[in-house]
Design a protein around this ligand. Sequence first.
Ligand code: PXG
Length: 458
Amino acid sequence: MNDRIDWTAHYQALDAAHHLHPFSDMGALNRTGSRVIVHGEGVYLRDSEGVRIIDGMAGLWCVNLGYGRQELIDAACRQMHELPYYNTFFKTTHPPVAELSALLAELLPTRFNRFLYCNSGSEANDTALRAVHRYWAVQGKPEKRHVIARHNAYHGSTIAAATLGGMTGMHEQMLSKLEHVAHIGQPYWFGEGGTMDPHDFGLECARQLEAKILELGADKVAAFIGEPFQGAGGVIFPPASYWPEIQRICREHDVLLIADEVIGGFGRTGEWFAHEHFGFEPDVITMAKGITSGYVPMGAVALSDAIADAIIEGGEFNHGFTYSGHPLAAAVAVTNLNLLRDEGIVTRVRHDTGPYFQRCLREALAHHPIVGEIAGTGLVAGIQLAEDPATRKRFDITDAIGTLCRDFSFEGNLVMRASDDRMLLSPPLVVTHAEIDEIVQKARAAIDATAQAIRRAA
Ligand code: PXG
């Protein structure tokens, strides 16, 4: 690089002039300028000033294998040379998509043997709805079309996925939504449990599903969709009573259960899929992110045999994208999933790095004066900031407090995300003990700085 050019200013200026970032106040951002990320290696990023940053979020919950894995680069290169693109619309297939499908069938519970592909988590959830509606139509029950989702869920940013999601800020900006979607409450005990104990609150939340099904009429409800734990909504772990009751209700009323595993899938909790951690059995699973460790975009939908068989017998299903099962993405996914399995990475998250991460976080923060709860398992955690942890009193400035803490964290060169007043961590699954120590120490420093800033302001 030419030393006389200020590359940071150069890219910041181009970016401010021409690029609209997702979920960002661009007026404010353009005045300060974006941090320019130029390189990644393992769990570390480097910015254009040469500063090393530890990535406590695995990008956006996706870089499960960490940055710079040569095997993924080689898989992509080989596939680029061999066959960079072909489709599977008109009686053709290709080796990467066939291999990926067989591999997913091995990794998922035995009743999942058929997969649809797309390019993102949002498209996976759109696709799941298309498949569920098709299923009920070929069953002769096309009136089963309502889908029930939850407040403060995140299922993506397309019209369908954003309607399914329960983010108020997104709904407020949508002038038109998907029809036949209803929402129930989220199982967020710390914030909404009141005087109930977590067990009873979990049952109460699940029973909102039953009430909604009865209100709409079971013969009109196609499916319930939920993230096993809410990711973007704050790493909200439901009480243990929640998912078994949801499953009972779905079965009893003949409502399909869709697990959105876009964040939870591919090892995050120490199980291959987060629903296995919570012990329930979905009928449909949506996936993205970690399927390729984020190296190339890909999404997928797993259908249980009962659903897939019915759709297959039902004739043509008019759905698909130019890039469904893209060979490059599929080749990277196959290599990525083989590495996660053959290097024992998911097993290590379950038995070693996951428990170590959870223990260190609790040792450092469980008794912190502004920490009310630490939720999580494996390599994902949500740290609840609270004005009074003992009474579960939250700060009045829920949004601002998280942003403050996140900014301290980023200044300290740790990527930690805020969701209102919860601080979220989800590092690459290859993180070592020493790197976990660094993440926890930097998270603690950011939370200390937040506590001090509030004390000064009081
Ligand atoms: N489902 C879940 C559970 C997700 O977390 C999507 C679907 C949509 O995936 P795509 O690939 O369409 O973005 C997501 C995405 C954040 C953040 O800040 C989270 C997501 C995306 C962007 C930012 O936590 N999750």
